[in-house]
Design a protein around this ligand. Sequence first.
Ligand code: BGP
Length: 488
Amino acid sequence: MKQYRDTFPEHFLWGGATAANQVEGGWNEGGKGMSVADCYSFDPALPKENWGDQWKHLKEEYIREALDPQSTRFYPKRYGSDFYHHWKEDIRLFGEMGFKAYRMSVAWSRIFPRGDEEEPNEEGLQFYDQIFDELKKYGIEPIVTISHYEMPLALALEYGGWKNRRVIEFYVRYANVLFRRFGDRVKYWMTFNEINSNLRHPFVSLGIITEQCENPLQDIFQASHHQFVASAMVTRDCHKLYPESMVGCMISYQMPTPYSCDPDDLQKCLEEQRNSLYFSDIQANGYYPDYAARMLKERGVELVMEPGDEEILAAYPVDYVSFSYYMTMCVSAHPERHESVGGNLFSATKNPYLQSSEWGWQIDPKDLRVALNQLNDRYHKPIMIAENGLGAVDVIAEDGKIHDPYRIEYMKAHIEQMKEAVKDGVDLIGYTMWGCIDIVSASTSQMSKRYGFIYVDADDMGNGTYERKKKDSFDWYRKVILSNGEEL
Ligand code: BGP
């Protein structure tokens, strides 16, 4: 029987997380090709409630316009927080906080500008050589997401994205270039960011333009099958080169909860949970779950599998499971009877027991413990919290400092529940707070939705010095890490 423990493991991976398309900038530097993320613009003239519209569905006309050098739109993810030119300073700051790990993504189109080339872009590889060497100086373990909402645009426009089985070959080639070049310094990999969000925003996740689909769900689930196969193949390849390295899957998990004890709500909640767990089930267990046949049939989906697909899934499941956790999703079988709320990639029934963030995300630290126990019971594999954080309006106070007690409170409440989960026996190996430095929001493309311990002087339209400034939470987190989660 597993020994009881009431402290975080000795080598717990405390750190922070970003994504290339939200932090780097340098969108057309160093030989980088356009990515799907470079097509998202921010329009302050729109009403605030519409700032997330592109995220929910990026119209084909917007994609075409992004290709026009004369376009007058502002594309925030092309500039990010300008990590591309500030990486040395930023990594020093991460080191000052005492990070044990830094979750980051490699921009696929920096390595293969179109995605279908035979040979990688050496300048892109050199950029990441610098990053990994600098992280090593501070003893910070890189956790690398191979694809995080930034696949090469050409794969979307010329191949139809992941619904084209050829993209497996391109992704496997890309991942093997990363393993061979960086595998001596990178021991933790994730194949796809929030792979379950394929269902919610297929363009940024799969390169699928839904206007071009006869049956979008058929294409989305077929494309997801290709990603499952690709994930298994690169897990195989990584272990061949570096047997000790770990490859993980990653889902966005809002821990769906039933609105009431009405049995219909519980059934609806189970179905909603499976809309996410379907993806981690296949990657972590290595086979399609029993409920998949009915789930796909009822959506009019008929998967096409090649001989050997299911064998490779079974042979190479991931080594750990990771997830992003910001809020929970309350589910009612009769949503029309209740108030709804927006949130990370979806809308749900408002949970009357929870407070909301300034962006309407319902904050639920206690269910993080439930989610951790559920995933631990389901997969019996190491678990990592790949994202957790509070997007908020941070301001520079009279004293020139940035006081963010709300962010400290949010994180304290979640870390307390993480420790309860550790006491419950959950094999929790790491926590990388989302947006450890202010970056461009995925869903609204705003810089003003700030997550960081480090403030970046830039506004939603890219104006500012891009100077970095520590917030109060910077020193607070440094102490959390120093005390291994004892001093909150
Ligand atoms: C997740 C993404 C991250 C990050 C986070 C916060 O879905 O994996 O890239 O952006 O959400 O969401 P947002 O940036 O929309 O506030």
